[in-house]
Design a protein around this ligand. Structure first.
Ligand code: SF4
Length: 428
């Protein structure tokens, strides 16, 4: 039975039990949220992951080859590095080399659920076979979706909300960045050239059939996400969101679990409204945000611009954060940039969880505060999100006194106050 269907029947599935244990919530409550579509349960081998309302904010890292850089070894290194630093899912966005082989290796080696964007492969194979993506056969697209499901990916991004109506809005809009989603661009080009509606929208029942067959989670993609602050929360973006809301309902009626993908580039002040709109229109379905990046002017630092947006989005209810690396807008990330991006997104997710008031989330911080006050460097290192950087900086210079750091040296504020108060300020 499908995960959502069993939850609707009030059955506590293996997946619900597993996730409830990890998230420290009652299985009955979790099953209710799965039944309502507010939480999705992803399966990867014999492990499960919950994403959605009331659960810890999850983080995804995108990896994968590009047409210019095909280095499977490096992609495996990225997979390992992202997992080492605690990502919850990986998306394989490979567009270069033997895509089938790369996906199979990543699914096999990954300890966390894998997501993909099948339209990339469908378009690339069509270009290879027929010379142009506009010659893509509709059957080909569905065949590739099923191929990915057969390979046991846990979720697929499908840009089902890019329709003729959206296209008309886009043409009339003053949008500056047009379309920055690769999947959205492929589909729009195909639609315009063939004068046909998006097959993922027009034949959504066929999408649902595949999803039901494999209990595949649909991550309804944001092909019209704004690619710049100037276009944030515009007509095209919201039009697509309205369609995604309708499709969510249809998917739920068929017992298919759904995640909704969101922007993109959004100024800080518009992030709360974007979360509210998504939650309202999509009836509480989990919200998966790419960043959002809160400014466009920092190429080389987009792990920071996106972490700022992600923390605010998470605080206001976004459930799932896609990391952005410092190489965004510039090139394919290397392993170091994947680590940096993962850590930035993890910090954002954790900060959001504290703000969401999630039970147990601030305990980690509490322990760090105690260790810092006690100048228990070993414990501080153990609690640090990145021990490599901790060591690099902490061991850089010699300290004048053993139990302080070189920031204030013998004028260590904590030590001074401790001496004159005659007690350790915090003891745990
Ligand atoms: S020296 Fe300054 S920065 Fe270092 S532990 Fe003491 S108060 Fe903190």
């Amino acid at each position: 039975m499908l995960e959502k269907e069993s939850a609707v029947k009030g059955i506590i599935s293996k997946g619900v039990k597993y996730v409830a244990g990890r998230e420290k919530i009652k299985p009955e409550l979790l099953a209710e949220k799965v039944a309502e579509g507010k939480v999705v349960i992803l399966k990867h081998r014999n492990r499960y992951l919950g994403i959605g309302n009331g659960l810890k904010t999850k983080v995804n890292a995108n990896i994968g080859t590009s047409p210019d850089i095909v280095d499977i070894k490096s992609e495996i290194e990225k997979l390992k590095a992202a997992c080492k630093y605690g990502v919850d899912t990986i998306m394989d966005l490979s567009t270069g080399g033997n895509i089938n082989k790369i996906r199979k290796i990543i699914v096999e080696r990954s300890p966390v659920p894998i997501g993909t964007v099948p339209v990339y492969q469908s378009a690339i194979e069509t270009i290879d076979e027929k010379g142009a993506l506009i010659k893509m056969d509709t059957d080909k697209l569905f065949e590739v979706i099923e191929r990915h499901a057969e390979d046991k990916v846990s979720f697929v991004t499908l840009h089902c909300g890019v329709t003729f109506r959206t296209l008309e809005r886009l043409k009339k809009s003053p949008r500056k960045t047009m379309v920055v989603s690769r999947g959205g661009a492929f589909l729009l080009s195909w639609m315009i050239a063939n004068e046909k509606e998006n097959p993922l929208y027009e034949q959504f029942d066929r999408v649902l059939e595949i999803a039901r067959k494999y209990d595949l989670i649909l991550s309804l993609g944001d092909g019209m996400r704004p690619g710049g602050i100037v276009d944030a929360t515009d007509n095209s973006q919201i039009d697509e969101l309205l369609t995604l809301g309708e499709l969510t309902k249809r998917a739920w009626e068929q017992g298919v679990q759904v995640i909704i993908e969101g922007p993109g580039h959004i100024p800080l002040n518009e992030i709360p409204a974007n979360v509210v709109l998504q939650k309202k229109i999509c009836k509480g379905a989990p919200f998966y945000v790419l960043g959002p990046l809160v400014t466009d002017i920092a190429p080389g630092y987009d792990h920071i611009t996106s972490a700022i947006g992600a923390a605010v989005a998470g605080w206001h209810g976004a459930d799932y954060i896609c990391y952005v690396t410092s190489s965004e807008h510039l090139g394919l990330p290397n392993v170091e940039e994947v680590v940096e991006g993962t850590i930035a997104a993890k910090i954002a997710a954790h900060s959001a969880d504290i703000a969401k008031g999630l039970k147990h989330s601030a305990e980690w911080d509490h322990k760090m505060s105690v260790a810092r006050t006690q100048r228990n460097w070993q414990e501080e290192r153990k609690l640090a999100i990145d021990t490599v950087k901790f060591d690099k900086i902490h061991r850089r210079y010699k300290t004048s006194e053993k139990d302080v750091c070189t920031m204030c040296g013998k004028y260590c504020a904590i030590k001074t106050v401790e001496k004159y108060l005659g007690v350790k300020i915090i003891t745990g």
